[in-house]
Design a protein around this ligand. Structure first.
Ligand SMILES: [Zn+2]
Length: 289
């Protein structure tokens, strides 16, 4: 499969009154999404990752942002974490994956149905020495993309629009993923958001099939390219960084694993990667108690 570069372009458009970011994150989604997962799950994760890829372009210095998108069922959620260096990681909860594969009547779930009426989005922005900003909103659109835009509208009082296109091949693998984020600058007329929506839908085909630069200039002829940012799937975790987490387990639990010669699996709560520690690893730890 052709790997496209993971890139976000930062621009100003419409008389420099709107900041428009464009992303091609096909390779990123191919890496993070699991092609054996149902389409509905990869669509959800893909949409959240695309919004997050674009949001990285709004982060400064050493800022970091995490997003938890919780569906109506308390154990069904997506978690995404991004930083100003373009590092992106994300995963879906095991319970959500299991449910999406095992509906009782065997029919595939629709995304709005999986999200339900009680979904919520919680975003924590770590702004370094100034602390954290936390915002939470509900999900009235039940489609993730518009719900994240709604989050910005509500919690940051900033009109925001996201557009995202994701395409799958017949083997359920992601073959294309691109997105746009638009935010008017202070003082910009309110009708601009409708104008952007019209331009996107009018040129959607070009956006899907042509390069980012070409589609950007087709959609917004007066566009000014500010810079480009590389994004990548990256997490700092390793077996060594997760190993100390075994200390947080109850000693009886550890001794039981040793006597049953069982492994303990720990998950990195930033990227979702799982690490197995066998009874020999656990024994080594218990000896230090
Ligand atoms: Zn990790």
């Amino acid at each position: 499969m052709k790997q496209t570069s993971n890139i976000v372009i930062r621009t100003l458009a419409l008389n420099s009154s709107v900041r428009v970011f464009l992303v091609d994150n096909t390779a990123l989604l191919q890496e993070i999404c699991n092609s054996s997962a149902p389409l509905v799950v990869n669509t959800a994760l893909g949409r959240a990752l695309s919004a997050a890829s674009l949001i990285t372009a709004t982060l400064k210095d050493r800022q970091r942002l995490s997003m938890k998108i919780k569906f109506s069922h308390p154990d069904h959620y997506l978690y995404i974490d991004v930083d100003s260096n373009g590092n992106i990681r994300g995963y879906i909860s095991d319970e959500l994956l299991f449910e999406s594969k095992n509906r009782r009547d065997g029919k595939p779930y629709g995304l709005n149905e999986m999200i339900g009426k009680h979904g919520s989005i919680r975003i924590i922005k770590d702004i370094g020495m100034y602390g954290n900003f936390t915002g939470i909103t509900d999900m009235p659109y039940q489609n993730i993309t518009d719900d994240i835009a709604y989050f910005y509208q509500q919690s940051e009082q900033t009109p925001t629009a996201f557009y995202h296109t994701i395409q799958f091949n017949e083997r359920n693998e992601i073959c294309r993923s691109k997105g746009i984020m638009a935010q008017p600058l202070p003082g910009a007329p309110a009708y601009l958001m409708d104008d952007i929506s019209k331009r996107y839908h009018q040129h959607e085909d070009c956006f899907i099939h042509h390069g980012l630069m070409e589609s950007a200039t087709t959609m917004f002829p007066d566009i000014k390219i500010m810079d480009t940012i590389k994004i990548q799937h990256h997490c700092e975790c390793s077996r060594n960084t997760l190993y100390p987490m075994l200390y947080s387990l109850n000693k009886d639990e550890l001794l039981l694993a040793i006597s049953n010669q069982e492994a303990i699996e720990l998950m990195c709560h930033t990227c979702g990667r799982k690490y197995r520690f066998d009874h020999v690893d656990i024994m080594r730890l218990v000896q230090t108690f």
